[in-house]
Design a protein around this ligand. Structure first.
Ligand SMILES: NC(=O)c1ccc[n+]([C@@H]2O[C@H](COP(=O)([O-])OP(=O)(O)OC[C@H]3O[C@@H](n4cnc5c(N)ncnc54)[C@H](O)[C@@H]3O)[C@@H](O)[C@H]2O)c1
Length: 282
């Protein structure tokens, strides 16, 4: 089994580590904030214990999986023996480049450095290291304990061996990987989601139908578990808005310009489930 280190114990990092541990991988989970590590441990315990209560996981397997996640604040110590590192810190290019530089210096020269970034192509991080061939995007989906797919995106310098190792880790973790041979904004899933969601906003902004009816049409007609507005509330309308703004600014493509109604929600602090109201009330 791959020796794995996960850097950043926020919503994604905590669950990436736990998903690997559930499948027998020993993981070191690092965060600079001890409070985040504590939160990650508590949240993961909650998720696994709910599975135990539902009879989906044996108590001893849950305890073993929780114990396989070793939490630590010292980044050097976290990656010292790792063969594979997944970075999941804040979505900020400068922060991530700094982290990649530190990881490059602290980890074994054979270790693969992967980024879970949703928007930053690996070439922008690999250029901060001396090992661009061993850098790759490994894009998990939230919540990682539930969502099966992982997008593995190769940069122009990523080696075949690195892609193979990322594929192997995803499979070891019980996840289904897909490979993108080119670094493109939005990868596959978010590009298709954005295209469909943008069309839903266009219909709303043009007064063609209510957001409730658009959701119902998509849920019943396309068999999606959630329509675009319900899904937006679930993931956070600020996340949807910022992703759109990023795509619009980086491509200049009018198709990605955020909808005025979406912008108004975000400016009013109506961010979805997490704020108690978005398109729907919670
Ligand atoms: N949230 C999502 O739905 C989602 C989905 C797919 C990918 N992603 C990507 O995952 C990454 C993390 O997102 P998140 O939602 O988990 O963020 P988050 O804000 O919940 O967590 C980020 C964590 O990184 C830690 N951190 C920041 N700088 C650090 C450093 N220098 N060293 C160690 N730890 C550091 C923070 O303390 C925090 O705990 C981002 O790149 C994001 O694009 C997020």
């Amino acid at each position: 089994m791959t020796r794995l280190a996960v850097i950043g114990a926020g919503s994604m990092g905590a669950q990436i580590a736990q998903q690997a541990a559930l499948h027998g991988v020993d993981v070191t989970l690092q965060d600079q904030e001890p409070g985040q590590l504590q939160k990650a441990r508590e949240a993961n315990r909650g998720h696994l214990m709910r599975r135990v209560e539902k009879g989906k996981l044996a108590k001893e397997d849950a305890e073993a999986a929780l114990e396989r996640v070793h939490t630590i604040t010292d980044m050097r110590a976290a990656v010292e023996h790792a063969e594979f590192v997944v970075e999941a810190v804040f979505e900020d290019l400068d922060v991530k480049r700094l982290v990649f530089r530190e990881l490059d210096a602290a980890s074994s020269e054979h270790a693969v450095l992967a980024s879970n970034s949703s928007t930053i192509g690996i070439s922008k991080l690999a250029s901060a290291t001396e090992r661009p061939d061993r850098c790759v995007n490994m894009h998990f989906f939230y919540p990682v304990l539930v969502m099966d797919v992982v997008e593995i995106v190769r940069g122009p310098k990523t080696s075949d061996d690195t892609v193979e190792r990322a594929l192997e880790l995803a499979r070891q973790m019980g996840r289904t990987p897909v490979v993108l041979n080119k670094e493109i904004d939005g990868f596959i899933v978010n590009r298709i989601l954005h295209a469909a969601t943008q069309e839903a906003y266009r219909l709303l902004d043009a007064g063609v139908a209510s957001f409730e009816d658009i959701d119902t049409a998509v849920e019943k007609g396309l068999n999606w578990p959630m329509g675009p507005f319900r899904l937006g509330d679930f993931s956070g309308l600020d996340v949807t808005y910022n992703a759109r703004l990023h795509m619009y600014r980086s491509t200049g493509d009018e198709r990605y310009r955020p909808s005025p109604q979406l912008e108004a929600k975000v400016k009013a602090g109506k961010l979805g489930r997490k704020s108690g109201e978005g398109w729907y009330r919670y």
